[in-house]
Ligand binder design. Structure first.
Ligand code: NAD
Length: 318
């Protein structure tokens, strides 16, 4: 049986990916790891404390559980990384290199590692940013993602490690809370809306960013990992896109379900980060190579999220 190791499994993406992989492969096949404590969203199954900055711990867990596939998610996200640049570099880069070396030495079959849209540069083509756009990132997070993409391509070219990657846009879900990214507002806004509280947004109202519903992100990740090796033409990281919207547009979408919803704007330091990112992404290579296609539009995502937050039904009942 293929045993799967997930690092950073307690995070926003890790919790949902762990639960999905456990549904597909069975609870015991998925070893969730993190420096934090496990949460109920991850489902039941084995959990180990693992600090990805400690290579001996990685080797020990790979050996103990006979791991053959790794999803390496542990990282410091964009907004937090700007506050702690040394930790961001040590964790995002050191953790990835530890995983890549462990994968090479233990002959792991497949590795997944996420990059992100901040690997692009501020003055790149902002609409429909192409796969091979120039990359001069403006943040330490973006620098770490760009360098990580090149390390992945290097380990594939030099050592034959089958590592695959996606440049995720902002990920939005309702099951787990975000961990310090610049697109976190698009998760928080739904929780405030169902509490019938006004929402103060830390981005300007017309700041359009590429986003994706969590179900689409999990599907893209699993589809990429299931694709035959010969179909993978990008060994740095694939562009993927789903929806692009501004705070004003997500607020309009919420108002279709909760007409009294109120939003105001108080941009902070995260506005500068967001301003350096693309508005939308061209993902034609992912669509061509492994048939990527998102399922959720903005309004479909809004409806799905609201209907899964119990407080929404209290508003409807009034
Ligand atoms: P998150 O911040 O919610 O979770 C990260 C997890 O890593 C946390 O549970 C944390 O405890 C863990 N962690 C921190 N330091 C660790 C260490 N030394 N060893 C092991 N675990 C450690 O992040 P997320 O949103 O789940 O993101 C997962 C990955 O996806 C990251 O690589 C991130 O850059 C990428 N990504 C996320 C988004 C998004 O919108 N969430 C967008 C683009 C890319």
């Amino acid at each position: 049986m293929n045993k799967i190791l997930i690092t950073g499994a307690c995070g926003q993406l890790g919790s949902e990916l762990t639960a999905n992989l456990r549904e597909i492969h069975g609870n015991d096949a998925v070893i969730a790891t993190d420096i934090s404590e496990p949460n109920p969203q991850m489902g039941n199954g084995p959990f180990e404390h693992l600090d990805v900055m400690k290579s001996d711990q990685i080797d020990e867990i790979i050996g103990k559980h006979q791991i053959s596939v790794i999803y390496h998610l542990a990282a410091l996200l964009s907004a937090s990384a700007e506050q702690k640049i040394d930790l961001a570099w040590d964790l995002n880069m050191g953790g990835l290199l530890n995983i890549l070396k462990a994968a090479r030495d233990a002959q792991i079959e497949r590795v997944f590692w996420p990059s992100s849209i901040p690997s692009f540069r501020p003055d790149t083509t902002k609409d429909g940013t192409p796969q091979n756009s120039p990359c001069n990132p403006a943040t330490v997070y973006g620098i770490s993602k760009l360098a990580g993409e090149q390390w992945c391509a290097y380990f594939h070219r030099k050592f034959g490690v089958d590592v695959r990657s996606l440049r995720y846009p902002g990920l939005i879900g309702y099951k787990s809370l975000p961990g310090g990214g610049t697109t976190d507002y698009a998760v928080d806004i739904y929780h405030k809306a169902v509490q019938e509280e006004p929402f103060s947004c830390f981005l300007e109202k017309n700041t359009k960013l590429p986003m994706m519903y969590m179900d689409d992100a999990v599907k893209a990740t699993i589809d990429l990992m299931n694709a035959p090796s010969e179909d993978i033409s990008i060994r740095t990281s694939y562009n993927i896109s789903a929806i692009s919207f501004s705070p004003e547009e997500i607020a309009e979408s919420i108002k279709k379900e909760i007409p009294g919803f109120n939003i105001s704007y108080a941009p902070d330091h995260r506005q500068d980060i967001a301003a350096s990112w693309p508005n939308s992404i061209n993902d034609s290579q992912a669509r061509h190579d492994w048939n990527w296609k998102p399922a959720f539009s903005l309004d479909e995502m809004t409806k799905e999220i609201l209907e899964n937050l119990p407080a929404f039904w209290d508003i409807k009942a009034v």
